[in-house]
Every structure is written in C-alpha cells, then in structure tokens.
Design a protein around this ligand. Sequence first.
Ligand SMILES: [Zn+2]
Ligand SMILES: [Zn+2]
Length: 142
Amino acid sequence: MNPGIIDTVIQRIKERGGRVTVQRLAIINVLMRLDHPTAEEIYQFMRPEFPTLSFTTVYNTLKSLKDLDVVREYYQDERSRFEISENPHHHFHCVNCEKLVDIDRGDITVHVSQPTENQFAPFETEVVLHGICQECRVKGKE
Ligand SMILES: [Zn+2]
Ligand SMILES: [Zn+2]
C-alpha cells in the first residue's frame, strides 16, 4: 500500500473531528502491513510492542476508526475483517479458508437496472464474490 496513505488517513480523521491518538495511529500502521486482518490478528500482531494493550481497546479503536469512515469492516460478526477505506475495490471471499482478496475495480462490471438506479441513486459499487480460492481447490483434490 502507498505509504502516503497514512497522511491521507490522518487528514481524514481531523476533517471529521476525530483525534489522532497513538492507538489509532498504531492500528492504522498495522492495517497497512496486514492483509485484511481480523481484530484478533491485529491484537496478536500488536502485543509484543504494546503488552498492556487489551483486545477490547483494539476492537473499540477499530470501531471508532470505522465511525470516522477511514476503516472498513467486512462481515458483521466475530470473523470481521478490516482494512483502510482508501481506494474502494471489490473482494473475493473464500468460504473455506475465510480469506479476503482484493479485486481491481476494472475487473468487475456491475449492471444496475434503470428502476434500481432511479430508486436508490447509488454512488458506489462494492462487490464481494464468494467461492473457494485456488489454494483451497488444489488442497481439495489432493
Ligand atoms: Zn481458501
Ligand atoms: Zn480489500
């Protein structure tokens, strides 16, 4: 991910009246390093450097960043995965290993019918493809 993204994210937090705290910055840094991590994965990754940090703090900080619209959450349950919300894109979700993989916006075309367009006036499209990833398919054949 583009390292300049951290400045964009800080800018956004300030624009939305949020405070740029050490915890928020630390979590944003982790989000830049891990690929669509869960809250648990973020917590485990941070523990060596922040031994007093609790899982609840990590989770609440993620939620606050989500409320500020700088972090996105996929699936609203205990397996939720998080990422920085810059550059919206599509995803593939493997139903076997639960990983989430980015798909370029140009790789999926969505057709919205005229009545739907009129009714909702959508301004953004976000697709999640569900299936079984290549690695899991290979393993299944072994
Ligand atoms: Zn898989
Ligand atoms: Zn993504």
